[in-house]
Ligand binder design. Structure first.
Ligand code: ATP
Ligand code: MN
Length: 153
């Protein structure tokens, strides 16, 4: 049923919880798994010069150690959990607006399921959904599984 699964991650605990659920599904359906970390160029605009932002948009943020380390930590978690289950995970890093990039990568790889957390790093408790997840739901016709780590009230 599911042949290609995309797991966007910002490295947060909620995203990691979604990773475990996504990989269990991938294992069951023998699906290919892509994972993606997006450097949010809107969020970093304030502190970076335009040249750096252009470099990030082009996916060339390797020179910026902290950004690269955060991205790699996030996707490596997915790759390692996948390896434990014998699943090959392709890691992707992009710059841009997270929801747009997630929707684009989903269509580039023609995934039939996107699995993501209800919340991320900024995790505002009172909100039901984080803005990235909400926007992804509005930006794609593909199936999205939203994993919420909080207990139902
Ligand atoms: P907000 O960002 O609106 O303040 P939040 O951080 O709590 O709220 P989201 O950013 O919507 O919530 O995160 C929800 C899920 O979206 C994460 O669990 C992750 O799966 C995905 N996600 C969020 N940001 C990124 C990103 N930069 N790259 C890849 N996936 C992301
Ligand atoms: Mn967020």
């Amino acid at each position: 049923m599911y042949e290609r699964i995309l797991i966007p991650t910002d490295g947060s605990d909620t995203a990691e919880r979604a990773v475990d659920e996504a990989l269990a599904i991938a294992e069951k359906f023998d699906a290919a798994v892509e994972t993606l970390y997006v450097v949010d160029t809107d969020a970093v605009d304030v502190t970076l010069g335009t040249e750096q932002v252009d470099r990030i948009r082009a996916g060339r943020f390797g020179e910026m150690d902290d950004l690269e380390a955060r991205a790699r930590d996030a996707t490596r978690y997915v790759a390692e959990r996948g390896r434990e289950r014998g699943i090959d995970v392709a890691e992707h890093f992009r710059g841009g607006q997270p929801h747009r990039v997630i929707a684009n990568v989903a269509s580039d790889h023609d995934v039939d399921l996107i699995v993501m957390g209800s919340h991320g790093r900024s995790g505002i408790e009172r909100m039901l959904l984080g803005s990235v997840t909400e926007r992804v739901l509005r930006s794609t016709h593909r199936s999205v599984l939203v994993v919420d780590e909080r207990e139902a009230e």
